[in-house]
Design a protein around this ligand. Structure first.
Ligand code: ZN
Length: 876
């Protein structure tokens, strides 16, 4: 059984190894009761559904296909419900699809496809079937209760939710067992569930609710189906030329109504709208038709002309009637924005398939806005999300989601290169017209170039959340993309391409639309491509066909996608409901680089101004090579700053709000500890032989307290509002980096180590599923070493646990630094180095200058820290 709980089976009659079985099946038919009607009217004259069902029943019953069975489960018979029939002119075949059911309840993700030639003779059987064992088939929760639960979760309040819960058997990978669930589809998220950070494009979600205990089993994003629009009353269709967003002259079809033209192509049913920079969350899609006068908007011309190219490709190459195959409209809106993601209300760096249409954002290029619709590959990519949505409906999460992305990329590449018959001239990059825009750029020929995995063993197990890219759908797609690239560029012994562009288009298209289902995995795609190849190339000479089939198999082998054999060693936590928190480990504790690499500095509490880390960086830079590129401030190097909160009116108010007795008490305690450290330092340096009065000691620490900024820090510990504001300064910098899957190193100093630690713990608590993207958390001269400070941490942080997103926690302390010290045994650190030489600090007769030692880590001469500790760990 595979990761999605389903067994797969494939059989093709045009396969030399299956000749014998295919013959037996043919000859035994007249004796079978299942074929009684066939005997009477002849196979050719049956309707395809009846013929397909007869083939299915025969295959299930036949001793020749022992692996293909549909056993009883819980005394219930396995039944097959017809989903539909399709005629495929590309291969001159027809397919009939079935879904598996028990007690009339469907098995989620199950699919049987029977492919026949035009004479109803069997060509192929492909199936993904489940055996929902150990599950009570009686629901304990009513459909209304399930619906209420979802209404609540999606923030409907008292508003009604129009949806029909449907019962299903569902294999829950997270708990490795079957469940009886309600599926509630296409639920539009209401504002209540949105948090401040939940600002993205409007989402429709599918909810899966356990029908026995009401648990949320999964919450999955949806790309909804095509909206039906009223057709404009026929007026005059015109063709004209206009400049697109790349200043290329394009032919477009528009509609003439009176003396105004609008971007409506009624032949291809392509419609292009202007959303006029409104927020996508306003619910006002698609906007108004793009019109002339005044002048055509170049971005609209790109969207319109490119959508027409894709529509013609669907019609002429794939023989498909639009996205939905019934001639529905192809709708695009340009000038879309998500307000919270747009710095100026105009730029929005994205393109998406939303609410059954394409939406395009734009970015500034030399001061001018450039629409994302300029890229034909991007347009085809989005449109094929629509095709997938209408066919395989690959669940947009985890491996099936990566497959969904990959098929969109594959067609983005095929469509945008289709004019070029010579495959060696094809461009394999996605979205190259938009380079540097933040759109996930990909290269099918070289996934690693854009930090995608290229091998099954490097598959990324990211969480099924928006922050986790729904399980890394834009990352793991690279593995399947590379297999597709290897197929597309496969050559024969003479060095000629094995496949031409038309058969490549047909191969991937038929696989996607005829053989894949919601929970299909990469290996299912491989199996289906191999099956489709047998049908598609059945007219070829046997050596040619075999060479093609072998090339397909080899391509998948090379990226580690195998059909049988062991299951891939993948983490099981593919589907996770909101309530389940899982800490995920990536490899052997080493972080994965998926985004950019950032360095974050956190200063201690005292006056620090912008650029305080410039000299710190200058000390580190010679040792870290190109890891942070040029390390420019605000670019790959970021500073956490909160001095604006210190020594201002707010700060004075905060001081006043603090119980002065408590403050005095705490101050005394910290002083006592620092004093004690001082005394030990002194004892070590003088071999315990020197004697001083304790009054003098206290005086020394007192006079240095200002330099060590103790009073600032007391406010942090005693005033929870102030603490929150200071922590916010930290999380405001770090959180966006983490949720966008960037790799970061944090170097925190002194009292700033406390802020950083509490900030990371807060992020951990609020943002579940953050990955271990903090490669190194350095605490340097850390006030966390002061026992009293730990006692005043937020209660939940006093356990000293390492924040889950931190890969390695490294603590440092120099001789003579009174604030810093060991964290061992109190905090879950990975390693620490103590008694470092306080480089360039003068050694006085009683020890090092304490303030100098406390700041000694960040001087250029301190190679032991900057090269041997910081850089060494950063470069791992
Ligand atoms: Zn996509």
């Amino acid at each position: 059984m595979s990761k999605n709980g389903l067994h797969t089976f494939a059989f093709h009659t045009k396969d030399e190894t299956s000749d014998r079985v295919a013959n037996i099946l043919r000859t035994e038919r007249p004796s079978l009761a299942a074929f009684a009607t066939t005997k009477a009217v002849g196979l050719r004259n049956l309707d395809p559904e009846t013929a397909a069902r007869q083939h299915l029943n025969q295959a299930l019953a036949s001793k020749e296909l022992p692996q293909f069975t549909a056993p009883e489960v819980n005394n219930a018979t396995c039944e097959f419900k017809i989903l539909g029939t399709e005629t495929l002119p590309l291969t001159e075949t027809k397919t009939v699809k079935f879904r598996q059911t028990y007690n009339k309840i469907p098995v989620y993700g199950s699919l049987i496809t029977i492919e026949m030639d035009y004479g109803n003779e069997l060509l192929a059987v492909n199936s993904s079937l489940g055996e929902p064992i150990n599950v009570d088939t009686i629901a304990q929760i009513s459909p209304a209760e399930a619906l209420n639960k979802v209404r609540d979760l999606a923030g409907y309040g008292l508003k009604p939710l129009e949806a029909t819960p449907r019962l299903c058997y569902y294999f829950d990978t997270a708990v490795d067992r079957w469940r009886l669930i309600y599926v509630i589809e296409d639920v539009r998220q209401q504002s209540r569930e949105k948090t401040q950070t939940d600002k993205h494009i409007p989402l429709l979600m599918d909810y899966l609710i356990d029908a026995h205990n009401g648990e949320i089993v999964a919450k999955l994003p949806r790309t909804p189906s095509v909206a039906v629009l009223d057709r404009a009353s026929p007026s005059q269709q015109q063709v004209e030329e206009a400049l697109d967003g790349l200043e290329k002259l394009r032919k477009i079809s528009c509609l003439m109504t009176g003396d105004r033209k609008t971007l409506q192509d009624l032949d291809l049913n392509v419609h292009t709208y202007d959303f006029e920079f409104r927020d996508l969350n306003s619910g006002l899609l698609p906007g108004n038709y793009v019109g002339k006068p005044p002048e055509w908007a170049p971005g609209a011309i790109s969207a319109h002309a490119n959508a027409a190219v894709v529509a013609i490709f669907l019609r002429d190459v794939l023989r498909r009637n639009g996205i939905d195959n019934i001639g529905g409209p192809l709708i695009s809106s340009i000038n879309c924005v998500v307000a919270n993601e747009s710095p100026d209300g105009q730029e929005w760096r994205n393109a998406a398939w939303v609410e059954g249409q394409m939406v395009y954002g734009q970015r500034k290029v030399r001061g001018q806005l450039r629409s994302y619709a300029v890229g034909l590959d991007v347009v085809a990519h989005e449109i094929f999300h629509g095709v997938t949505d209408r066919t395989a409906r690959l669940q947009y999460a985890g491996e099936s989601g990566a497959l969904n992305e990959s098929y969109s990329d594959i067609f983005g590449i095929i469509v945008s290169n289709f004019e070029e018959p010579n495959l060696s001239a094809w461009n394999w990059e996605m979205g190259e017209e938009l380079q540097g825009t933040g759109i996930p750029l990909r290269d099918l020929s070289n996934p690693s170039k854009y930090r995608q995995p290229a091998q099954m063993r490097d598959y990324l197990n990211l969480p099924i959340t928006e922050a986790g890219d729904w399980g890394g759908v834009h990352f793991n797609s690279g593995i399947h993309n590379l297999a597709a690239y290897k197929i597309m560029t496969a050559k024969d012994r003479q060095g000629a391409y094995l496949f031409d562009r038309k058969s490549l288009a047909a191969l991937f298209y038929l696989t996607l639309t005829q053989y894949l289902s919601r929970t299909s995995l990469f290996r299912d795609s491989r199996g289906a491509i191999e099956l489709v190849g047998r049908t598609l190339f059945r007219g070829d000479a046997i050596e040619v066909r075999n060479a093609k089939l072998q090339a397909i198999a080899r391509a998948f082998d090379e990226v580690g996608i195998s059909i049988s054999g062991q299951e891939q060693l993948l983490d099981g936590s593919v589907f996770s409901g909101d309530s389940i928190t899982r800490s995920q480990q990536l490899g052997n504790g080493s972080p994965r680089i998926v985004g950019n690499h950032y360095l974050v500095y956190v200063h201690g509490i005292s006056q620090h101004r912008e650029h305080y880390s410039d000299s710190w960086w200058q000390a580190l830079q010679p040792h870290v090579g190109e890891v942070f590129k040029n390390g420019n401030l605000g670019d790959t190097r970021l500073e956490v700053l909160w001095s604006h909160l210190v020594n201002t009116e707010t700060f004075v108010n905060a001081v006043n709000a603090v119980d002065t007795n408590k403050q005095r008490q705490l101050r005394r305690e910290i002083m006592a500890i620092l004093e004690d450290r001082r005394r030990q330092e002194l004892a070590t340096n003088t071999n315990g032989g020197f004697h001083r009065s304790s009054a003098m000691q206290t005086h020394w620490v007192e006079s240095n307290a200002a330099a060590l900024a103790i009073d600032d820090f007391l406010i942090y510990m005693l005033n929870s509002r102030m603490r929150q504001r200071i922590i916010d300064c930290f999380t405001d910098v770090v959180k966006p980096l983490l949720i966008n899957n960037n790799q970061i190193d944090i170097i925190s100093h002194s009292w700033g180590t406390v802020v950083a630690y509490e900030g990371l713990r807060e992020l951990e608590a609020n943002e579940q599923f953050l990955q271990r993207y903090v490669s190194n958390f350095f605490t340097v001269g850390s006030a966390l070493s002061i026992g009293t400070v730990r006692d005043f941490l937020r209660p939940e942080n006093r356990d000293g646990r390492r924040p889950s997103m931190v890969n390695k926690w490294i603590n440092l302390d120099a001789k003579g630094d009174l604030v810093g010290g060991t964290l061992w045994g109190m905090f879950d650190i990975s390693e620490e180095t103590l008694k470092l030489n306080p480089t360039s600090c003068s050694q006085q007769w009683f020890g090092y200058d304490s303030v100098c030692a406390h700041n000694s880590y960040f001087v250029k001469e301190n190679i032991a820290v900057n090269q041997e500790i910081f850089a060494k760990n950063i470069l791992v």
